[in-house]
Design a binder for this molecule. Structure first.
Ligand code: CDP
Ligand code: CDP
Length: 231
């Protein structure tokens, strides 16, 4: 069983992927699949049960992965650990610090990709991550690569987390963290040849959602982006 339609949204940390994917999916009546949430849920479980991050091996992670899955919820999917919602803990600082190491393990990547493909089976989906347009769904008819200036990404992430206006020092520190994580994720964060680059630095959330929805609707009417494979 293959997905009906895939809109792939990739890009670096805090470029707006998952919030944009959520709203695009809602507007189109598609389901949202957040691949990063699976890497994060597995990492959360590892922080709880696998000791210090230095000792994590692929075998240990894959054994824990048997206890993590994506479950359908209205409009999309949520990660479960031991059949319970993984919750906001997956967005915490400790998980964010350790997740790139987990995501380097080939067996873990295969596990996430299989879970994401299974979630998409038979559905129209908006899937966000790093390698959705290149590895997970290379035949997706619409691929978006979101980028934004690192300072602006850091500022947005802090507004989201603190719910207030961050200071310049806070933004500087968060920018450093984001840039370091981007470097660790660089191998898998690849813009597909047929992806559309969208720089959101000077766009509002609503504007970037509108643009992607407009592209998806054009596609539904039969248009194909330059260089995209024939459906
Ligand atoms: O939203 P943010 O960019 O902070 O993180 P995320 O999308 O939830 O992804 C968390 C981590 O999972 C990233 O830093 C990558 O290490 C990894 N990831 C990946 O390698 N491939 C994906 N398709 C999605 C996430
Ligand atoms: O999933 P990813 O880490 O790429 O980013 P996100 O969590 O969807 O977005 C980070 C924050 O930037 C969210 O609070 C968005 O609402 C906000 N934002 C945005 O994505 N685009 C804008 N043009 C303005 C704000």
């Amino acid at each position: 069983d293959t997905p009906l339609v895939v809109v792939a949204i990739d890009g670096p940390a805090a470029s707006g992927k998952s919030s944009t994917a959520h709203w695009v999916a809602e507007r189109l009546g598609y389901r949202h699949v957040d691949s990063g949430a699976l890497y994060r849920a597995l990492t959360l479980l590892a922080t709880q049960e696998a000791g210090a991050v230095e000792g994590w091996t692929e075998a240990v992670l894959l054994a824990l992965a048997a206890r993590v899955r994506l479950a359908p919820i209205p409009g999309g999917f949520e990660p479960l650990i031991d059949e319970r919602p993984a919750g906001d803990g997956i967005r915490g600082a400790e998980v964010t610090r350790c997740v790139s190491k987990v995501a380097q393990m080939p067996g873990v990547r295969d596990w996430v990709n299989a879970r994401v493909r299974t979630a998409a089976e038979g559905n129209a989906v908006v899937v966000d991550g790093r390698d959705i347009g290149t590895v997970v769904f290379p035949a997706a008819p619409l691929k978006i690569f979101l980028v934004a200036d690192p300072w602006e990404r850091a500022r947005r992430r802090l507004v989201q987390r603190l719910n207030r206006r961050p200071t310049d020092d806070e933004i500087a520190e968060e920018t450093e963290r984001l840039v370091q994580r981007d470097a660790k994720d660089a191998t898998q964060t690849v813009q597909a040849k047929d992806a559309i680059l969208l720089d959101t630095t000077y766009l509002t959330q609503a504007e970037q959602v509108d643009r992607i929805v407009a592209l998806a609707r054009a596609l539904e009417r039969g248009w194909a982006p330059d260089g995209a494979d024939e459906a």
